[in-house]
Design a protein around this ligand. Structure first.
Ligand code: PEP
Ligand code: MN
Length: 337
């Protein structure tokens, strides 16, 4: 249920209703909007609970939430969430660009990439230190050493660091260095990881599992929100289909559909979504045209010799061109970039 407070309800009235919700054995999430405050009351409730909450002072109405995801739903919060982490802001008028290599490989690689993408207009730096690889024999990332190199690159450029965490036991270590914790496609339904990430104060980039439905993605986000972390961005990175000409199939209708269902910002990953560097620029532009709040793009100084995902990585020049083209599309759809 949601308890919608009257416009101008006092803090005492809000606090009182939070206690009332908790006395009924429900969990409360207070969502303060510019217009009014709502209290989401989550859990199994009896029909009489709604009537009893409706009588509270300062309460406008009490409604059932129809969506299976509660806190993520636009039913609970119509205003769009803006996720902020250092230099990065995702969900406002400006379209964010998170760019960098698939994996951190060396200081010179990550610092040179950070400088190049920063100069071209990126607002966040990506780079994996803990890599979830399909084969155990592939490069697994530089781990903590990679995190330190990301921190150096942040120092050099001021760019917020977006990096993946693959296991619950690594969250505190990765959170020491990262501005944004990326939960990868393979871990979208690792519910213990989602809970632990939800207990941190770091923003979260949650990627869609390649065979997950949108409802499953939103319910995964709900784990992070329910654990107390409101700063979640969703990422469409392509799904698995019968098609083989691309690594995954990138369904861009996800963007406007998610914007109907949730207030959380939506990021598009045209790199994993296509798996081919020559398809990335067009799908990056298309993502912006579809209304994405941000893009995450793989960029490498020497894609041919990258330790992971080189075939889908842009070089510096290709990235600068893509950024400039995306900016023109952003202006056409009344956004900044
Ligand atoms: C990545 O961002 O490099 C990555 C592993 O992405 P995904 O989880 O979407 O496959
Ligand atoms: Mn990658």
């Amino acid at each position: 249920m949601i308890v919608v407070m009257k416009h101008g309800a006092s803090q005492e009235e809000i606090d009182h209703m939070v206690r009332r919700v908790e006395d009924l054995g429900l969990k409360s999430h207070v969502i303060v909007g510019t217009e009014r405050t709502v209290i989401a009351a989550i859990g199994e409730h009896r029909t009489t609970d709604k009537q009893s909450l409706e009588r509270g002072a300062g309460v406008d109405e009490v409604m059932h939430i129809l969506a299976p995801y509660k806190v993520a739903s636009t039913e609970v919060k119509a205003e769009r969430t803006v996720v902020r982490a250092g230099s990065l802001s995702v969900g406002g008028r400006a379209v964010a660009m998170i760019a960098g290599p698939c994996s951190v490989e060396s200081e010179s690689q990550i610092v040179a990439t950070a400088k190049a993408v920063h100069a071209a207009g990126a607002t966040g730096l990506r780079g994996g230190a803990f890599k979830p690889r399909t084969s155990p024999y592939s490069f697994q990332g530089l781990k903590e050493e990679g995190l330190k190199l990301l921190a150096t690159a942040r120092q050099e450029t001021g760019l917020a660091v977006v990096t993946e965490v693959v296991a619950a036991e690594d969250v505190s270590l990765v959170a020491e260095y990262a501005d944004v914790l990326q939960v990868g496609a393979r871990n979208m339904q690792n519910y213990r990881l989602l809970e632990v990430v939800g207990q941190t104060d770091r923003a979260v980039l949650l990627k869609r599992g390649p065979s997950a439905t949108i409802d499953e993605l939103l319910l995964a986000a709900e784990y992070v929100l329910d654990a107390g972390n409101p700063n979640v961005m969703l990422c469409e990175r392509g799904v698995r289909t019968f098609e083989e000409h691309t690594r995954f199939t990138l369904p861009l209708a996800t963007v406007p559909f998610l914007h109907q269902k949730t207030h959380l910002p939506v990021v598009v990953d045209p790199s994993h979504g296509t798996g081919h560097a020559d398809l990335v620029p067009a799908m990056a532009r298309a993502g912006v045209a579809a209304g994405a709040d941000g893009l995450i793009v793989e960029v490498h100084p020497d894609p041919e010799n990258a330790l992971s995902d080189g075939y889908q990585s842009l070089d510096f020049q290709q990235f600068a061109q893509t950024m400039a083209d995306c900016r023109r599309v952003a202006h056409a759809v009344e956004r900044e970039m």
